[in-house]
Design a protein around this ligand. Structure first.
Ligand code: SF4
Length: 156
């Protein structure tokens, strides 16, 4: 998997202070997408073991307390990203006690494959659905258009 941006301290992508990773690769081609540079799986740079370790260390850094990890893109549930994202979220759940995970995807919850659902089972908040330009509303919290849904999957 490749990624475009990693913010070790972020307060705009999800509730609370967070670590946020924007991965590369998206097949939805939404009209009006602000992140077209992330569509290619080959764009950005490699999310290697050192980067994965870095994210885990940041989440456990007690000097700046983070509420959790946010995963966006691109699409973290692009079939080519699922294995790497699953490995990362499994580590967060195992090694980062009390941290929640938010994930943005262009797929809807109803259309996810078994592999994608394996990731979602470990997610606390899922924002799903393509960005629909005609339904865009900047006043909506955590989503760009009204067809998208914020699924709070856990109490976290
Ligand atoms: S799902 Fe997101 S990144 Fe992908 S095309 Fe749509 S708006 Fe852009």
């Amino acid at each position: 998997m490749n990624f475009h941006q990693y913010y070790p301290v972020d307060v705009v992508n999800g509730e609370g202070t967070r670590c946020t990773l924007f991965v590369a690769g998206c097949e939805h081609q939404c009209r009006g997408c602000y992140n077209q540079s992330t569509w290619s799986l080959c764009s950005g740079q490699l999310f290697d073991q050192a980067m994965e370790d870095n994210v885990i260390a940041d989440l456990n850094d007690t000097r700046i307390k983070r509420k959790g990890l946010s995963l966006s893109g691109g699409d973290p549930l692009h079939p080519a990203n699922v294995a790497a994202v699953l490995k990362l979220v499994q580590r967060v759940k195992r090694e980062c006690e009390g941290k929640n995970i938010w994930l943005w995807t262009g797929y809807t919850l109803a259309e996810l494959s078994d592999e994608q659902r394996e990731v979602v089972q470990l997610i606390d908040v899922l924002i799903d659905g393509k960005f629909e330009k005609d339904l865009a509303d900047p006043s909506l919290p955590w989503r760009g258009s009204s067809n998208q849904t914020v699924h709070r999957l856990t109490e976290s």
